[in-house]
Design a protein around this ligand. Structure first.
Ligand code: HEC
Length: 103
């Protein structure tokens, strides 16, 4: 019984580390996080019932990739969402790929 878990933990850890290093930004993780932590408030604040419109509206705040990063960071720290830096990076990758499409 105990032996089984002995094997599982390092294996899971190895896999986790491999995933972390092989990808610059995990879009899927960003998408899940966005749905869980960001979408709802953006939907309410925009008054449109859609949390994605914020990013594509004409007078959007984030005019380039650096600004996207700083806005994500601002929402995270300002609202105390407690995201890890890796999660922030994944969110930036996701919303940029999906909405802003900056190079
Ligand atoms: C409690 C509410 C709230 C939550 C939760 C929240 N945000 Fe925001 N966010 C806002 C508001 C309000 C604005 C608009 C600020 C403005 O227009 O000055 C905004 C703006 C942004 C923008 C800039 C949009 C633009 O105009 O280009 C980005 C990017 C962003 N948020 C990312 C995130 C991410 C990523 C998360 C989740 C980790 C998140 N936010 C969670 C309230 C929230």
């Amino acid at each position: 019984m105990l032996k089984k878990h002995f094997l599982k933990v390092p294996l899971a850890l190895t896999f986790f580390l491999l995933c972390q290093t092989s990808q610059a930004g995990d879009v899927q993780n960003g998408k899940v996080l966005h749905q869980a932590k960001c979408y709802q408030c953006h939907a309410e604040k925009s008054g449109l019932g859609n949390g994605d419109i914020l990013y594509t509206r004409l007078d959007r705040k984030a005019k380039d990739l650096a600004k996207v990063k700083s806005m994500v960071s601002m929402c995270n720290t300002e609202l105390r969402l407690d995201l890890f830096p890796e999660d922030e990076a994944d969110l930036v990758t996701y919303i940029n790929q999906q909405f802003y499409k900056y190079k």
